[in-house]
Design a binder for this molecule. Structure first.
Ligand code: UD1
Length: 358
């Protein structure tokens, strides 16, 4: 089986890591195509080396730009690569512009398309990610869902063919790398952090970064915490802090860092007292690692983590964010709502079966 797998942004490198290993173990040929959506070394290269991903066969070097321009350029370039390679499958991950471009290019060339993380919905059409995932799902032949909620979301949209509950390859990555991260990472020591004695924060969603009032509110909430806060800053957020000049924090408990690699992130996250984030993937990583999470968004796709009591939504109100942090958290470990590990192997098996055992 020859698979063209499309990656472009940080969360996709993490999902592709274990799936790529499963392709190699089953003796399939994977052509990894990097769109170049994320291009800084600490947003891209570090994930390839740490997760053992093969070097991309092609880098489309699309880079940053307006939504339509970025997606359109990827679409044109992917079409050329697919025509030359004629893969048995195109595989896309998640909800980024790279996902949408890969899905449209495959669909228009009538190449079979598999979507990992199918069926996720925030029901917030203000997010480009929501358009991307709905459109990718409606193009896909094989819809690989992480949760029963995702399967139900697809059913509500009339998508029932080719839908499979497989679990989450990000879980495979956490299980594979959590202990190694703790051994390898020296960052907690360098930052003089003690286990359970700090908060971890990330912010990068446009609705949090592109409005100076909202960004200021979140920063004030972080600086009002009674804990040191480590905050690796996404390039979009760094740009906003400079543009709005809201980077001056009232207290010095917030430590702004450059974006971190996967192992440093996992190491710092697993020993954090709490995570405050607007990331999709980190809400799950915190859950699997038993770290409470306050999600700085009006909604989440990962409703299971909220229902289990390990994730709370708090967005525009500083007092609500602080209250969400301070209210007691569950004392029992998080329940197994994301199914068993091994999603990566199940994904490869389903693709094999649908390709007729090639
Ligand atoms: C994308 C995804 C989002 C995912 C996120 C993870 C879409 C619509 N969104 O958003 O689902 O959660 O990645 O980070 O695809 N930049 C750099 N260096 C880089 C990458 C980006 O400086 O290596 C800057 C650029 O100035 C750009 C901004 O960051 O304008 C945002 O990059 P963009 O490609 O729009 O993606 P993300 O916001 O990261």
């Amino acid at each position: 089986m020859k698979v063209a797998a499309i990656v472009g942004a940080r969360p996709q490198f993490v999902k592709a890591g274990p799936v790529s290993q499963a392709f190699a173990a089953a003796g399939h040929r994977e052509i990894l195509i990097h769109t170049g959506q994320h291009y800084d070394a600490n947003m891209s290269q570090v994930f390839f080396s740490e997760l053992g991903l093969p070097e991309p066969a092609v880098n489309l070097e699309v880079g940053s730009g307006p939504q339509g321009w970025q997606t359109g350029l990827m679409l044109m370039r992917l079409e050329e690569v697919f025509q030359a390679e004629q893969p048995d499958w195109v595989l896309v991950y998640g909800d980024t512009n790279s996902t949408l471009a890969g899905s449209l290019a495959a669909c228009k060339l009538r190449l079979p398309l598999a979507h990992v993380e199918a069926g996720l919905r925030s029901f917030n059409r203000a997010m480009p990610e929501e358009h991307n995932r709905v459109l990718a799902d409606h193009c896909a032949d094989l819809l690989l869902c992480p949760t029963p909620t995702a399967v139900a979301n697809l059913e509500h949209e009339g998508v029932v063919q080719g839908v499979h509950l497989v679990g989450d390859p990000m879980y495979d990555a956490v299980l594979q790398f959590a202990a190694l991260a703790r051994q390898r990472s020296t960052l907690a020591g360098e930052l003089q952090l003690t286990s359970g004695g700090y908060a971890f924060a990330t912010i990068h969603r446009p609705y949090n970064t592109d409005d100076p009032v909202q960004l200021q509110r979140l920063l004030k909430a972080l600086s009002a915490l009674d804990l040191p806060v480590v905050f690796p800053v996404h390039p979009r957020t760094r740009g906003a802090l400079e543009r709005w000049n809201v980077g001056t924090l009232e207290r010095s408990n917030v430590r702004l860092l450059e974006p971190l690699g996967y192992l440093d992130t996992l190491a710092l996250l697993q020993d954090a007292a709490i995570l405050l984030t607007d990331s999709g993937g980190m809400q799950k990583e915190a859950f699997w690692l038993g770290v409470p999470c306050v999600t700085l968004r009006p909604e989440t796709e990962w409703v299971e983590t909220v229902a289990a009591g390990w994730n709370r939504l708090a967005w525009t109100d500083e007092a609500a964010i602080l209250a969400a942090v301070r209210k007691p958290w569950p004392t029992e470990p998080p329940p197994q709502v994301f199914g068993q590990p091994g999603a990566s192997t199940r994904i490869v098996k389903l693709m094999e079966e649908a390709a007729g055992g090639r």
